[in-house]
Each structure stands twice: as C-alpha cells, then as structure tokens.
Design a protein around this ligand. Structure first.
Ligand code: NDP
Length: 450
C-alpha cells in the first residue's frame, strides 16, 4: 500500500523529481501513522494532501530597458488550506519549475503546521532571473507578475512572502502593484518594510530561528553553539542571519557561498566582515568572490557543478548549515561531513540534503534537522506579521524575538516528542513529518470530503 501511493505520485507527476523526492521522504516517515489511523486510509488523506488544491500558471509579459518584449512564466501553488490561508514564499530563479514549486508548497504544509500558527501551505514564483537586471526591469517584472497574481491572493486567502531572488525590494514593488490594482491596503504580503506593515525581526527570522533550533538540539546533549566551528552555504537572507546569530552565540563561521563558488575564511566571518558581505549581496548585488578580494584571510574556490561532491562540505568543522538551495548535500558530501567530524547538520534551505545524504548522516549519529522544522522561524514570524497587521499593532524587536525563540523551542520539543512516540527517538525528520502531518490530517478529517 505504501508503494502503491508512491507509484501513484510517480504516475501523476512525471518529470517532477523534486516533488517526488519530497513526497517519498514524507510518505516513508509517516507510514506508521497511516497504519495506526485506518480512518486516514479510508478518507484518502495522504492521496489528497499530495494533490495541490489549486495550481495557477500564467504568462508574465514585460518590456526590458531596450524596449524588447520579455515573456516569463509565473505560478502559484495553493497546496493545502486545511488549517489556515495558503502561506509560502515566491521564488524568482531560472530553475523554477512546477516540480520545484510543488515540492516547496508540499513541505510548507507541514512546516506551517509545526509553527502552531494557523497557516496553510503554498508557494509560487517565476523562472525570471533577477541577476543582471536593472532596478527598472525588476520593478516592471514585479508589476507584470502582480497584474495576474493579484486575482488569486488576498490577506484572508493566500499571503505570499519572499524566497530565493525575492527580498524586501521585490516585495515592495509587488505590494505596491497589488495596492494599486485592488485599491486597498491590506497585509497581503509578509516581509514588508517596517514603515508599511512589516514586522521587526522578519528579515532575520529564518537564520536566527535556525540557530535557535540548533542550540536546542545541542542542549539535549549538554552542549551549545559556543566555541563551535561552523560551515554555512549561501550568502543570501538565510545565510547572513544564521552567520550573525552564530557569531552572537560565540561560534565561528568559516564559509559562505553563491551559485558560482565559495570562500573559506579560517579566521572567521566576523561582525565587520559580515557587514561587508551584507552590503555586497544586498546593496551592490555583487558576488562572493569579492569577499576574498577584500579579505586576505579568505580563499575563493570556483564551484564545479559537474563534480560528484562539493568541496565546501569537505572541511573540518563541528556544525554545518546549508542555507542556499535544494539538493546541495549529496551522499558523498554527507560522507565527507561525517569524515570531517561534523556533529550537527541544520537545514536552513529547503531540502538541501538528498534522501541518501540524510541516511548517511542519521546512520552515523549526526544530529540532523530537516528544513521544515529548523527553517520554520521565517514563516512563523510571517505569521506574527499577519497577526500584527490584523491587530493594527507593532510589536518591539524584543517581543518578536522572544516569541520566535519560544516557537523554535516548541517546534524542537514537538518533533522530539513525536519521534519518541513512534519509536524513533532523536530523529527530527520523522518527528517533524509526523507532528506536522497529524495536525493537518485531523483538520482535513474534521472538514469532510472536499
Ligand atoms: P536568497 O536569494 O537571499 O539567497 C540564496 C543564496 O543561495 C544565494 O547566495 C544564492 O547565490 C544561493 N543559491 C541560489 N540558488 C543556488 C544554486 N542553484 N546553487 C548554489 N547556490 C545557489 O534566498 P534565501 O536566503 O531567502 O533562501 C535560501 C534558502 O532558504 C532557500 O532554499 C529558501 O527556500 C529557504 N528558505 C528561505 C526563507 C526565507 O525566509 N527567506 C524561509 C525558509 C526557507 P546567488 O547569489 O549566486 O544566486
């Protein structure tokens, strides 16, 4: 029966490897729950949760600076609304496909359930590549994208946020376009600017939350981040604030990357260097190589995308935090992490470790946290932004940070409790999948066959 469902997923979603990968991981780990709850089988909860409630695909046409017509493809996957309005980011990257967005929307269902805030799962984006585009072109694209997406979202129905290639700038342009089209000012986006409905700490939340989660994991072994040497991949939003929090908690980060390569700085990416990195990536839109041009303590390595392993994960360290993209740690990388003495791998990105890689880590006793648990701080703080918008309130930095810490501890403890109950103590992946699934499955059961 377990294989029947997996076969069905494969038949229904041909050429969608990322979605099938995410589905397989969840089906495998929640199977004991399905066996225990016969009513979930009768109601076909699993078959239903694997099918998007709605999937919108649309043309985005815009004029570039040369006056040439450009055509991109836009999407929104409204995956599951059993426990709240659809919620999940928008990704602008040439690698965006229905498979990638369905895997992200599927993961988002369980992640959002784990936060304890009533939010359903969704995701969207476009194959538009913001790299190398002028400010004017970015704005034109965002407005064209919104001219269609605005028909399908609202603050009570579907509330997008940022993801790869979509930061504060893009959210500003899309929010402005929505406001103009709909003639209303509502909290239809999260990740908004602080002066116009945004929440303090939202920008930092995913990276900070990741490290709070790792600290909770280490505490179970009487240990902490303090004094740990850490590998971080990526240099975008999640990576920057993970580095910042590791520094604040007394750890040292020695790597950062982008899609072209990575730097190793054995002296550590200290506060001043991190400020340089933030300015480089967020304002100058530069490349990570420029970090090693500026700091002689750092060495730059070009990435070979055809290689069977990534040398970033073959460095001696205590903890690793992949914060760039999906499938960046494969089986070989996982073996290298083990060999180099890494004791904890915390996912900042979504699905950065392949299924084979996860098995290597778990089999070798490495503490591993799946993104749907350890990067949930971002969407949780988006939930706090939505609450503030509904209340017309602005919470202080300290208030939001305290809530974020409490949420991450709660997710951590919930995962451990579920893993224990189902005979897999210490397995955060199984715990996250089971706890998230149970919440959504019970809501679907209560709401009837729809
Ligand atoms: P950003 O766009 O801010 O940064 C992404 C980083 O990853 C950049 O350094 C980028 O390099 C690198 N990257 C992107 N694609 C690839 C690739 N194919 N190969 C190697 N490197 C790549 O995105 P975020 O930091 O927001 O997101 C990073 C990850 O975290 C994603 O998996 C996202 O889904 C996940 N996430 C983000 C949340 C958020 O709140 N922002 C919340 C939860 C999860 P380059 O500059 O070359 O593009």
């Amino acid at each position: 029966m377990q294989n029947d469902i997996l076969d069905l997923v494969q038949q229904r979603n041909p050429n969608e490897p990322e979605f099938i990968q995410a589905a397989k991981e969840v089906i495998d780990s929640i199977w004991p729950v399905i066996e225990k709850h016969k009513e979930f089988q009768t109601l076909k909860i699993l078959e239903r949760i694997l099918e998007p409630e709605r999937m919108i695909s649309f043309r985005v046409t815009w004029l570039d600076d040369k006056g040439e017509v450009q055509v991109n493809r836009g999407y929104r996957v409204q995956m599951n609304s059993a426990i709240g309005p659809y919620k999940g980011g928008l990704r602008f990257h040439p690698s965006v496909t229905p498979s990638v967005l369905k895997f992200l929307a599927f993961e988002q269902i369980f992640k959002n359930a784990l936060t304890g805030i009533p939010m359903g799962g969704g995701k969207g984006g476009s194959n538009f590549d913001p790299k190398g585009k002028s400010e004017n072109e970015i704005m034109k694209f965002c407005q064209a994208f919104m001219s269609e997406l605005s028909r399908h979202i609202s603050h009570r129905l579907d509330v997008p946020a940022g993801d790869i290639g979509v930061g504060g700038r893009e959210i500003g342009y899309m929010f402005g376009a929505y406001k103009k089209i709909k003639n209303e000012f509502t909290g239809v986006f999260t990740g908004k600017g602080i002066g116009w409905g945004g929440s303090l700490i939202r920008t930092e939340a995913t990276g900070y939350g990741l490290i709070y989660f790792a600290e909770n994991m280490l505490h179970t072994k009487g240990d902490s981040i303090k004094g740990k040497t850490c590998l971080v991949s990526g240099s975008g939003n999640v990576a920057q604030y993970a580095i910042e929090k590791i520094n604040k908690m007394g750890g040292k980060v020695i790597t950062a990357s982008d899609s072209n390569g990575f730097i190793i700085d054995e002296a550590g990416i200290t506060k001043d260097k991190l400020e340089f990195l933030k300015d480089l990536k967020n304002n100058k839109r530069g490349r990570i190589k420029e970090y090693s041009d500026k700091y002689k303590s750092a060495v730059y390595h070009e990435l070979d995308t055809n290689a069977d392993h990534n040398p970033l994960w073959n460095i001696k360290a205590d903890c690793a935090f992949p914060c760039a993209t999906q499938n960046e740690i494969n089986e070989n990388d996982a073996n290298n992490l083990v060999k180099n003495g890494v004791k904890l791998v915390g996912e900042g990105a979504n699905m950065p470790v392949t299924i084979e890689g996860i098995n290597v880590l778990i089999d070798n006793g490495v503490m591993y946290s799946p993104g749907k648990a350890s990067n949930a701080g971002g969407v949780a703080t988006s939930g706090l932004e939505m609450t503030q918008n509904f209340m017309g309130a602005n919470w202080t930095r300290e208030e939001v940070d305290a809530k974020l810490q409490a949420i991450m501890k709660n997710i951590h403890d919930t995962c451990l409790a579920a893993a224990n109950e189902y005979g897999k103590p210490g397995n955060y992946m199984v715990g996250a999948n089971i706890a998230g699934f149970l919440k959504v499955a019970n809501a679907m059961k209560a709401q009837g066959v729809i």
